[in-house]
Design a protein around this ligand. Structure first.
Ligand code: GTP
Ligand code: MG
Ligand code: ZN
Length: 286
């Protein structure tokens, strides 16, 4: 029987089969010998005997994230809030880079549009080449548009604490997920959402709610791949005078010209420069 691992606890894997049935499984011993660890999101073949399941095969992974450890994510939804907390473009950009470097499609979702206007933020990311969607979990607005984007896929929801990931997912899945006010979180000093689990979406697909997927380490991004992680910079790059232009101090740089004309957002270019500088420094120390 074929299924997907949606949760793992204490050596047990929980697999949902095509019929929607959930089965508790152990991994066969051969995986340990081959040093393969099943991941949440893995498509697996299982055998069930006397109500006990065992995973006998793991199908090839389409994608593989390390933080959090999840396989087969098709799309990353980077969630920000129009307000409370105020959007942090540097962190949004890092989450987008994390998706790009793992070859996973990314979209930007702006929540809490009942509190503030989201058009400025939307414009930054639409200009960068990302699909954007503005929603309000509180007023149940924009959820159909979001659903259309993720339907049938495995979607990971990323974003800093308090932007409303769990609130959105509660609506999309019809499963009550743990949410909390921003002040409650600060006083507890930690996230509300603590474990990694895939939840089925009405109409097909799964969503992942996790606090862990909020950043990317610059060491994970080779300099030569950095430009590709910023779609609008990669698109402008052929207009630079020099091939291999780093868009930092070179003359006749098309990217910098576009930043000056406000055609590439200043915040996006700063994020690029920051990651470039960190990575360049590391390379020179080697
Ligand atoms: N005004 C307003 N508040 C919202 C909206 N969506 C969520 N909230 C509130 O924002 C707070 C944080 O929401 P959560 O869904 O717990 O945020 P989260 O992103 O899951 O946070 P972590 O699990 O800590 O990463 C809660 O008090 C929600 O009620 C919205 O659209 N508008
Ligand atoms: Mg949460
Ligand atoms: Zn350039």
């Amino acid at each position: 029987m074929r299924g997907i691992i949606y949760k793992g606890i204490g050596g047990f894997y929980y697999v949902r089969t095509g019929t929607g049935e959930a089965i508790e499984c152990k991994a066969r011993g051969k995986f340990r010998k081959e040093r393969v660890t099943p991941m949440i999101g893995d498509e697996v073949e299982i055998e069930v005997k006397n109500g006990k399941g065992s995973i006998c095969e793991i199908y090839p992974r389409r994608t593989k994230l390390i933080r959090p450890p999840v396989a087969n994510i098709d799309i990353v939804v980077v969630v920000a809030a129009a307000k409370s907390p105020d959007p942090n473009t540097a962190l949004i950009d890092k989450m987008l880079v994390n998706a790009e470097i793992n070859d996973i499609e990314a979209v930007v979702c702006i929540n809490k549009t009942d509190l503030a206007d989201s058009s400025g933020l939307e414009k930054i990311y639409r200009n960068a080449g990302y699909k954007t969607v503005s929603v309000s979990a509180q007023n149940d607005l924009g959820m159909d548009e979001l659903l259309d984007i993720i339907r049938g896929k495995i979607a990971a929801f990323a974003g800093v604490s308090g932007v409303g990931k769990s609130s959105i997912l509660t609506i999309l899945t019809g499963t009550e997920l743990e949410t909390g006010t921003v002040s409650e979180k600060i006083s507890r000093g930690r996230h509300t959402t603590r474990h990694v689990e895939l939840f089925p979406v009405s109409g097909g697909g799964y969503v992942l709610d996790t606090p862990g997927f909020s950043s990317v380490e610059a060491e994970d991004i080779p300099l030569e791949r950095l430009e590709q992680c910023f779609p609008e910079i990669a698109a402008a790059s052929p207009g630079c005078r020099f091939r291999g232009c780093a868009h930092i101090g070179e003359p006749d740089c098309a990217v910098k010209a576009m930043v000056e004309r406000n055609e590439i957002a200043e915040s996006r270019y700063s994020s690029y420069k920051e990651l470039y500088t960190i990575q360049k420094g590391k390379k020179e120390w080697k």
